[in-house]
Design a protein around this ligand. Structure first.
Ligand code: CMP
Length: 148
């Protein structure tokens, strides 16, 4: 069965057109259907709200600042096991661990730091639902799934 996930290319990667294009190709090569996509810039309060579960962690302020520092590209992706597949392509959150354990992943190849780690992906069906409606409030996930 098809599953939806939210994938985000973060400001560090969007700033480099060659990297942005490489990541877009990576999505296509891995048999994801691009259901929706858009370029956007967050205000600080969007960033704070999206990452509220991390409020209080040592990296929260730098994360919030980074994610509202420039353009992002967000995608609703569909595939079998989309959530797991996108997370496998991204690799571990921490870039230096990613380089060591999984050098062919997106974060290993393009990530700059543990915060500027190139991409985001939903980590469960529940967060995919929440995150897709956060980025794409007008997109009806139920309607799309029923039609497929
Ligand atoms: P993301 O998948 O978007 O989810 C939370 C984000 O917080 C993560 O990617 C990183 O950008 C950031 N993050 C998580 N852990 C750390 C850390 N240990 N140090 C700095 N930033 C982090």
């Amino acid at each position: 069965a098809l599953q939806l996930t939210l994938a985000v290319i973060k400001p560090d990667a969007v700033a480099h057109p060659v990297i942005l294009e490489a990541l877009h190709q990576r999505i296509l090569e891995n048999n994801f259907i691009i259901v929706r996509s858009k370029d956007l810039v967050w205000r600080r309060q969007d960033s704070e709200k999206f990452y509220s579960e991390h409020a209080g962690r040592f990296f929260y302020q730098r994360l919030v600042e980074f994610m509202s520092s420039g353009q992002m590209r967000a995608y609703v992706l569909a595939r079998e096991d989309a959530i797991t597949h996108w997370r496998e392509l991204m690799g571990p959150t921490k870039v230096f661990r990613a380089r060591y354990t999984s050098p062919l992943t997106i974060r290993a190849q393009y990530g700059l730091t543990d915060t500027r780690n190139t991409t985001h992906g939903s980590d469960s069906a529940e967060s995919a639902r929440r995150e897709i409606s956060f980025f794409f409030p007008d997109f009806s996930q139920e309607t799309w799934m029923e039609r497929e």
